[in-house]
Structure formats: structure tokens, C-alpha cells
Design a protein around this ligand. Structure first.
Ligand SMILES: [Cu+2]
Length: 72
């Protein structure tokens, strides 16, 4: 398992947390999602072989949020 911290743009209210949480948890290989609204970040615990960081970013894009990884 790997921890990846994503900086997410446009995350502004509690319903964003739900959208982002469900978008990421829908990916096989994602174990844990911790959305920090105030920081504008999401810490994802995931198996990089089945859920690579690019898959996380793609899922967030599909949900309407652009994101980029930061060193965790
Ligand atoms: Cu929102």
C-alpha cells in the first residue's frame, strides 16, 4: 500500500467531500480516503498496482475536480 497526497482544486463544500470520497472509493485497490477540505488535499491509501496515482487523478477529473500529486 502506498499513501499519496493529492492537491484538489475546486473543493469547497461538504458535498465535494462526498463526491470525492465516493469517486475514489469506487476504484478497486483504494483502501482509505481522507479528504481535508480546509487544506484542499486528499490523502489516499491505495495499492499502486491496481490503483495507480494516475487512476486516482482520472477518477477525480471524471468527478469534476482537477488534482495533482504531492509528496506524502
Ligand atoms: Cu462542493
Amino acid at each position: 500500500m502506498k499513501e499519496t497526497l493529492l492537491h484538489v482544486e475546486g473543493m469547497s463544500c461538504p458535498s465535494c467531500i462526498r463526491h470525492i470520497d465516493s469517486a475514489l472509493r469506487g476504484i478497486q485497490g483504494v483502501e482509505k480516503v481522507d479528504v481535508k477540505l480546509r487544506e484542499g488535499t486528499v490523502l489516499v491509501t491505495h495499492d499502486p498496482s491496481s490503483a495507480p496515482t494516475t487512476a486516482l487523478i482520472d477518477a477525480l477529473r471524471d468527478a469534476g475536480y482537477s488534482s495533482r500529486p504531492r509528496a506524502a
